[in-house]
Design a binder for this molecule. Structure first.
Ligand code: ADP
Ligand code: MG
Length: 538
């Protein structure tokens, strides 16, 4: 729509009067510019030679990171398209834990290539159709390029996900801990293997080296039992988890009691105590050995717990109760009155240990639970260790659930691009150009990996493509950035989970297609000035 037509259309439609509008090609061009601007903010962080970014927030706090999604999520971006892309990266992080930078870079490249076609008068819907069929082709091709995982490869894939983060020795250490953690929490019901990273509890300790970080089988909570007199260790028992307290409800209320007879108050107290005893009786009758609750436990019944031999832990954080419930397969109940046998969880060992001046409760379960103790010299270092572990654990868990890998370093992207170009030849018409544009976009990964290492991107890409074309098993070859040599990525241990690559492709293609579908931007008048200035870029 020409601008004069747009103006008259907007004055005719009452609700658009207070709205500014960019339509058609102009809108698309501006949106694509926003995507390019966003990806250029993270492209220099890609890969083992990626640079770090120093993030500074409102309160002057700093963070040094090269994690794509962390950088993007901390950017205060107003442009709706930039926000959509950040969402793609966040979704990638949520689903796959890795590949966040790659997803944004590929999306932006897909859009740039689409724009070139649109400039040649190819309609966006033709580009969209081509991209959708290219994605479909890649998804099935990815499976043929994948191979299964063994213990060694699992460690290497986890290690690859830490490329460019912290130091080599720390990467190796964290990768090992992440693999151990993922093995400790996996659940196999005979049909599906599940590995939920939230089953690993993380505790942080400032002081010590990063390589002092450790993984402990079981849940570790800095809690001491109500009574230190009970035996320190219990074997094979039942646990009740109460999302509340073991107190009298009346204690929490602002009550007034009008005493009219002598002894009424005492009667009232006795009644209270009786109710509390009944709560403990419920636990005893259900055969509970350990109880953990979010709030307090009334002083008057401490001795009942000791007599019954029940280990009680009070004031346990809600987040810890959730992890406990998952690990023991218990159901959280609000009050003991509601507790049934089916709500109880089980454990194989519950121990109290005194370590470093702090009492710790270690609970081991068959369902699997682990605790990661992040250590480092300062709070910032500990936070970095925590972030790296979360990424590595995410990758290890993906591999437990779907034990398949593809070659990294851009080898798979080049192999897919080659396969797409062969596939494009079978597609008639302009859609063929779109499939080829998709293939070109995938090659951005090996190009940027090389560029970030100070190498000539085109030279490297040509070498990789030539090698892959000339050798039968060439699809695993790419440029190893650390050893500066064209290598078999699988032999070098540069491998990535198939699931992550699949999600990168799907996420970035979907994001690019959504942007290409938009031909109209309506801005509420007050929003018309865009703080990041992306809208003004031509
Ligand atoms: P993302 O957020 O997309 O995961 P990263 O910065 O973690 O971005 O970079 C991941 C990319 O780096 C992957 O394509 C991976 O295969 C590649 N990579 C890791 N180590 C090497 C290496 N030694 N040589 C070449 N590429 C590598
Ligand atoms: Mg990564």
């Amino acid at each position: 729509m020409a601008s004069s037509q747009v103006a008259s259309f907007m004055s005719e439609v009452p609700f658009l009067k207070e709205t500014s509008r960019t339509a058609g090609r102009d809108a698309l061009r501006k949106n694509i510019n926003a995507a390019i601007a966003l990806s250029s903010a993270v492209r220099s962080t890609l890969g083992p030679s990626g640079q770090d970014k120093l993030l500074l927030d409102d309160e002057g706090r700093t963070m040094v990171t090269n994690d794509g999604v962390t950088i993007l999520e901390s950017a205060r971006v107003e442009h709706p398209i930039a926000k959509m892309l950040i969402q793609t990266s966040s979704t990638q992080d949520y689903i796959a834990r890795d590949g966040t930078t790659s997803a944004v870079i590929i999306t932006s490249e897909l859009l740039q290539n689409a724009w070139r076609l649109i400039e040649q008068d190819i309609h966006p819907s033709v580009v969209i159709r081509g991209y959708a069929s290219a994605l479909k082709h890649c998804q099935s091709e990815l499976v043929s390029l994948s191979f299964s995982v063994d213990d060694e490869l699992m460690l290497q894939a986890t290690h690859t996900s830490l490329a460019g983060k912290t130091h080599k020795a720390v990467q190796e250490h964290i990768a090992k801990l992440a693999v151990l953690g993922s093995k400790a929490i996996q659940e196999d019901d005979g049909h599906v293997v599940k590995c939920d990273p939230t089953r690993v509890k993380v505790i942080t300790q400032t002081g010590g080296k990063m390589t002092d970080s450790e993984i402990i089988n079981g849940l570790v909570l800095a809690k001491k039992p109500l009574s230190p007199k009970l035996p320190k260790t219990l074997i094979d028992g039942k646990i009740a988890i109460i999302d509340g307290g073991i107190e009298n409800e009346s204690h929490g209320l602002d009550m007034k009691i009008q005493v009219e007879r002598v002894g009424v108050l005492e009667q009232f107290r006795q009644q209270d105590l009786k109710q509390l005893h009944e709560k403990v009786d419920t636990l005893i009758s259900l055969g509970v050995q350990v109880v953990a609750c979010r709030e307090g436990i009334d002083d008057s019944i401490h001795s009942r717990f000791i007599d019954a031999g029940i280990h009680a832990y009070r004031r346990v954080a809600r987040s810890d109760l959730d992890v406990l419930a998952k690990a023991t397969k218990a159901v959280l109940v609000h009050q003991i009155e509601d507790l049934t046998e089916g709500d109880l969880g089980s454990f194989s060992e519950s121990t109290s240990v005194h370590e470093g001046g702090v009492e710790h409760w270690i609970l081991k379960t068959d369902g699997g639970a682990a605790t990661f103790v992040a250590r480092g010299s300062t709070d910032d270092v500990v936070a970095e260790v925590e972030r790296c572990f979360a990424d590595a654990l995410g990758v290890a868990c993906q591999l437990v659930e779907e034990p398949a890998l593809v070659a990294g370093g851009g080898a798979t992207h080049v192999a897919l691009a080659r396969s797409l170009r062969r596939y494009a030849e079978t597609i008639p018409g302009r859609e063929q150009l779109s499939v080829n544009a998709y293939a070109d976009a995938l090659e951005v990964i090996p190009r940027i990996l090389a560029e970030n290492a100070g190498l000539d991107p085109l030279d490297i890409l040509i070498q990789v493509v030539a090698h892959q074309t000339e050798h039968e098993k060439g699809h695993c070859f790419a440029f190893d950035i650390e050893n500066k040599a064209l290598s078999n990525m699988v032999e070098q241990g540069i491998v990535e989970p198939l699931r992550i690559s699949r999600q990168v492709m799907a996420g970035s293609t979907q994001a690019a297609i959504s942007v290409l579908r938009i031909d109209d931007i309506l801005w509420a008048k007050q929003e018309a000035t865009i703080p990041d200035g992306l809208m003004d870029e031509d």
